[in-house]
Design a protein around this ligand. Structure first.
Ligand SMILES: [Zn+2]
Length: 134
């Protein structure tokens, strides 16, 4: 495992991990994961192997991060992904399913199944009016 080269966003796919092209059938997500297909018509980025990030050597050459390196770099990869999401307009922390506008608009079952009792999201059903902070 390489612990020296910094991890940077993949220049080919800009961190997305996939490209909006379909000329390469072998890398098409529809073939790679026919059951998932969240990126129908998209292909896995062959530069980074689909994770959106690469090692950048001192000489400026990017190379793929092997899968066995994902776990030891999980924190870095997650931080970079959060930064990327903020750049493209995603703000704030992860939202709970019932707070996601797309789910609300769609009328997803989870939205009306999970409704916190107040703005704090803390269930009010504490015995004897106990202070939730204690
Ligand atoms: Zn890439």
């Amino acid at each position: 495992m390489n612990t020296h080269d910094p991890i940077v966003r993949c220049a080919a796919c800009d961190g997305y991990g996939w490209l909006d092209a379909d000329e390469d059938a072998d890398l098409n997500f529809d073939n790679l994961a026919p059951d998932a297909a969240p990126h129908a018509g998209a292909v896995e980025c062959r530069w980074c192997g689909g994770i959106g990030y690469v090692y950048r050597a001192a000489n400026g050459i990017d190379r793929r991060i092997p899968p066995e390196d994902y776990a030891p770099h999980a924190d870095t990869l997650e931080r970079l992904e959060v930064e990327r999401l903020r750049e493209i307009g995603y703000t704030g922390d992860a939202k709970k399913p019932h707070q996601q506008q797309i789910r609300i608009d769609r009328g997803d079952r989870i939205v009306w199944q999970y409704q916190p009792t107040d703005e704090t999201g803390i269930d009010d059903a504490l015995p004897n009016g106990a202070d939730p902070a204690l």
